[in-house]
Design a binder for this molecule. Structure first.
Ligand code: KG4
Ligand code: ZN
Length: 337
């Protein structure tokens, strides 16, 4: 089976073709970062318009690169939600129009299920069950994953998502959008021992997160500090250390609570080197296993949507052409495969 995957939930147009036997045949990505940089964040209307411009040429390129014609495609998967409604509508309209014109089944994929299954694009894929830490720009979740579509939500952020906390703190530090990766790079120059940030919600039981206080703590720290580059790097270091340490504490709890020793980390923030290293160290210490997506599939991409869609289409699931995009869509409401 060969599936065309379309991702347009936010500011990346991602198109991919995934084949059940041959793996990933093509993966095209257009990032709108430079379009939104002047505004310091994603401007939804500009995002939708840019998806309209890029989506068809990228689909053409993916078909060409994978040496496929419409006749080789067995199904079309697209991101149905959650995300920006205008951006979602572009992918969903194009996917359903192609499905109609080519007479193929189509399926709307949950964006976070795409992230969650992205480690399957690696040769070293995690077997079920496992605990997934999903950390993106819009979501922070701890999920017990029993199989595809078997998602038990253990905890989530009650305010800012992890990526959002990185981006907002980066903005306070004067770094360009999207600040997460830049803050992480700055933190590499920082030294330990200068600043101590809190580890929110770790002093009480439970697996929920709260990151908005860290942003306020960063704002106050920055106000009282001088602005020489080393001081900024030290603050970035302490902020990143607190976010990563908080996630480590919650992952440890989730693993203990469920008795599992397999951890998957996915979503944009899973590209963070410090997070990857710290969780690897911990999982080694308990003789467990940790899995991440390949770096290029941590942030938004079409490959994860093609992969997730293929698993469901292969199981006989598909959606009608009148399916609506879902800007809000709880992950634990999905049908199992
Ligand atoms: O998954 P993603 O591409 O989009 C959403 O679904 O939201 O995640 C993007 C988020 C942004 O907030 C970005 O700053 C963050 O992931 N991010 C990082 C790193 N790379 C991306 N945060 C910290 N360190 C990184 N290396
Ligand atoms: Zn995402």
């Amino acid at each position: 089976m060969r599936v065309l995957g379309i991702e347009t939930s936010c500011d990346e147009t991602g198109i991919a073709i995934y084949d059940d036997d041959k793996g990933l045949l093509s993966h095209q990505l257009y990032s709108q970062v430079s379009l939104h940089a002047d505004y310091g964040g994603v401007v939804p209307e500009l995002a939708s318009r840019d998806h309209v411009r890029k989506i068809i040429p990228l689909i053409r390129r993916a078909l060409q690169e994978s040496d496929s014609s419409q006749h080789d495609i067995d199904g079309i998967a697209y991101t149905r939600g959650p995300g920006l409604i205008g951006a979602l509508l572009v992918g969903s309209c194009v996917a359903r129009s192609l499905a109609y014109a080519w007479n193929k089944p189509t399926l709307g994929v949950h964006h976070m299920e795409g992230h969650l299954l992205a480690p399957m694009l690696d040769e070293h894929a995690p077997p079920f069950p496992f605990i997934a830490l999903l950390v993106s720009g819009g979501h922070t979740m701890l999920v017990r994953v029993g199989g595809i579509g078997q998602y038990q939500l253990l905890g989530e952020s009650i305010d800012d998502a992890a990526g959002e906390a990185f981006d907002k703190t980066a903005k306070l530090m004067g770094l360009d959008y999207p600040g997460g990766p830049m803050l992480a790079r700055l933190a590499e120059q920082g030294e330990p021992g200068h600043y101590q940030f809190p580890r929110p919600m770790t002093d009480r039981p439970g697996l929920d997160f709260s990151f908005s206080g860290l942003k306020t703590f960063a704002a106050n720290t920055l106000r009282d500090a001088n602005d020489d580059p080393q001081t900024l790097a030290n603050i970035a270091f302490a902020f990143q250390e607190a976010v990563v340490d908080t996630m480590l504490i919650k992952c440890r709890r989730a693993l203990k609570q469920t008795g599992l020793k397999r951890l998957v980390i996915a979503g944009g923030v899973s590209a963070n080197t410090h997070l990857r290293n710290e969780l690897k160290k911990y999982m080694d210490s308990i003789k467990g296993d940790v899995f991440y997506p390949p770096l290029e599939f941590c942030t938004d991409n079409g490959a994860m949507i093609a992969y997730a869609g293929l698993q469901r289409l292969k199981a006989g699931q598909s959606d009608g052409l009148d399916t609506q995009a879902k800007p809000r869509w709880p992950l634990d409401s999905l049908e199992p495969v």
